[in-house]
Write a protein that binds this ligand. Structure first.
Ligand code: TEU
Ligand code: CA
Length: 560
């Protein structure tokens, strides 16, 4: 398999607003991140992905950009950003930036111009349509609720917004828009960045004619996703972007792609096609949702996770590349969702990390994951900040009269703000995140769960992550090995083999809080030589054929 630095790397995602506040205004900022680069270096990560830090009115916390070449005033200045880049580079770490070009902010000068008149030179940078029978041009719903169209009385047309109405979709059919994006990308690349994470990049090509979707009974709007995910010109656009903007730079590109399947992902990431390096896909994030989408919470069946992960591991092997993650800024905390954030918080967080980091792909650590930060339960909807949560609550409780307690439960389980509470640095006021009033409340469990405690405790989740990251550097099988699932039917134990040349790994993870027997199937070709890492301390290398696993136990054996 072809070797690349971004396959051998571990990425750390920072959500700047919630990471570290350097000036006491309650909002995380760039100088705050720079103060913590040694923390990142000690952890051992190779690449930092910054969620958006560009100028933005913050309707969606920076995912609505009003100037792609300016820094958000709340986060600091361009000089602060340059200092951060230099501090990371000095320590041998890389920086990738978020590229949000499916849409801009409605406060971007392009949109300000576009809405002036139908013949404005920028009109075609966005997607405008006349209404149909006094209604929206089609029945698509926005990902944040309501119609995906907003009426503009000045020009008597609607514009498309797949997210909030302050996030108008850019028109990729327009070659001038595409060229502006490529020029902007090169401007950042020439500043020395090491790549891009591309926000919903598989949404940029829409099916011409923007056909109606099928409305579910009882609903007003339909999902239009089949007409804008992996659309007809998507591969052409990404190939062009690669050619025009990326060629000649040694950078990594990762495409955030809701609704991508294995076959499409192969096309996006097969190096011979010159599109992207890796996908960041969502299939496994949908396994604990019912037919009515993310708020329709259902328990995860481990065999569903196995079938899904295995399909991706086998499907991309030798062809493309995947990102490995169990949480990010849009998802609940992984220990709360897939582990046990009470009694077995530490063991289960380590188990999930082991499970993930031993797979083929590039692991992503979302800030706070490495200290086992958990979901939060705020009593009042007033304490929530996320536009998706607030719009959903408004629609369900205020407009449709649904039971607020039930809706709050779904927010506790799936709301994006679970991931966005301030980073817990220590047990001082506001978790050491800010000396002021934090923009969102801290999770009250910061007195026991915080980075200071974790760094001082040799058995912490944090030190376990350090060890996992270091193992990756020593054993090419972790990065490049083939994957083979064993015990596909087991509902408690997820076990798999990796193999690369004469190196093999056996990974055994108990996803339950029970004591569970594990037995290596007789036909599994594996002989253990060494025990690599486990979340209950050292264990004997010869225990791999038959063992009773403790709650959430994880063991990795190396052998042949
Ligand atoms: O998210 C894209 C996306 O489709 C989702 O992950 C979505 O935000 C969420 O899961 C809805 O349930 C990206 C960004 O990561 C997200 O923060 C932005 O809000 C969104 O795009 C719009 O830019
Ligand atoms: Ca600040």
């Amino acid at each position: 398999m072809h070797h690349n630095w971004w396959k051998e790397s571990v990425v750390y995602q920072i959500y700047p607003r919630s990471f570290n506040d350097s000036n006491g205004d309650g909002i995380g900022d760039l100088q705050g991140i720079t103060e913590k680069v040694d923390y990142l270096k000690d952890l051992g990560v190779d690449v930092v992905w910054l969620s958006p830090v560009y100028q933005s009115p913050n309707d969606d916390n920076g995912y609505d950009i009003s100037d792609y070449q300016a820094i958000m005033a709340e986060f600091g200045t361009m000089a602060d950003w340059e200092e951060l880049l230099a501090a990371l580079h000095q320590r041998g770490m890389k920086l990738i930036m978020d590229l949000v070009v499916n849409h801009s902010s409605d406060e971007h000068v392009w949109f300000q111009e576009a809405k002036k008149s139908k013949d404005n030179p920028y009109r075609d940078y966005y997607i405008w349509r006349p209404g149909k029978n006094g209604r929206e041009p089609n029945n698509w719903k926005s990902n944040f609720g309501g119609s995906a169209w907003e009426y503009d009385p000045n020009t008597d047309e609607y514009y498309l917004h797949l997210f909030s109405k302050k996030q108008p979709d850019l028109n990729w059919e327009n070659p001038k828009l595409r060229q502006e994006v490529y020029d902007m990308m090169k401007w950042w690349l020439d500043k020395g960045i090491d790549g891009f994470r591309m926000d919903v990049i598989n949404f940029i090509s829409k099916v011409p004619g923007l056909p109606d979707g099928v409305v579910k009974s009882g609903e007003t709007y339909a999902s239009g996703s089949r007409y804008y995910r992996n659309g007809p010109r998507i591969h052409e656009f990404l190939h062009e972007m690669n050619n025009e903007a990326l060629a000649g730079y040694d950078v990594m590109t990762v495409g955030e792609m809701p609704g991508v399947d294995v076959e499409e992902a192969k096309k996006y990431t097969d190096p011979s096609r010159n599109e992207l390096d890796m996908v960041f896909q969502f299939e496994h994030m949908g396994l604990d949702a019912g037919p009515n989408g993310k708020w329709d919470v259902k328990p995860l069946k481990l065999t569903d996770l196995k079938a899904n992960i295995s399909k991706w591991q086998e499907g991309l092997n030798g062809i493309g590349w995947n990102s490995l993650y169990l949480n990010n800024h849009d998802q609940p905390r992984m220990v709360s969702r897939f582990g046990d954030d009470g009694e077995h918080r530490i063991e289960s967080a380590k188990m999930l990390a082991t499970f993930l980091h031993m797979l083929q792909g590039t692991p992503y650590i979302y800030q706070g994951e490495e200290i086992g930060m958990t979901n939060v339960r705020f009593d009042s909807i007033e304490d929530y900040r996320d536009i998706e949560i607030l719009n959903m609550y408004q629609e369900k409780v205020v407009e449709n009269g649904e039971d607020p307690n039930k809706v709050m439960e779904s927010i506790y389980a799936k709301g994006r703000d679970n991931a966005r509470t301030p980073f817990q640095w220590d047990d001082s006021k506001n978790a050491g995140f800010t000396t002021g009033e934090p923009w969102m409340k801290v999770n009250p469990n910061y007195r026991t769960i915080n980075a200071k405690q974790a760094r001082d405790d040799a058995n912490s989740i944090y030190h376990y992550y350090r060890k996992l990251i270091r193992l990756r550097k020593r054993h090419p099988v972790i990065v490049y090995g083939d994957y083979q699932l064993i015990l596909p039917e087991d509902e408690q134990v997820y076990a798999y083999l990796r193999s690369y040349h004469d190196e093999k790994l056996l990974v055994i993870t108990n996803f339950s809080g029970d004591h569970v027997p594990f037995e290596l199937p007789a036909d599994a070709a594996f002989t253990a030589e060494e025990s690599l890492i486990g979340n209950y301390g050292d264990f004997p290398a010869d225990s791999y054929t038959r063992v009773t696993l403790k709650p959430y136990e994880a063991r990795v054996y190396k052998g042949k």
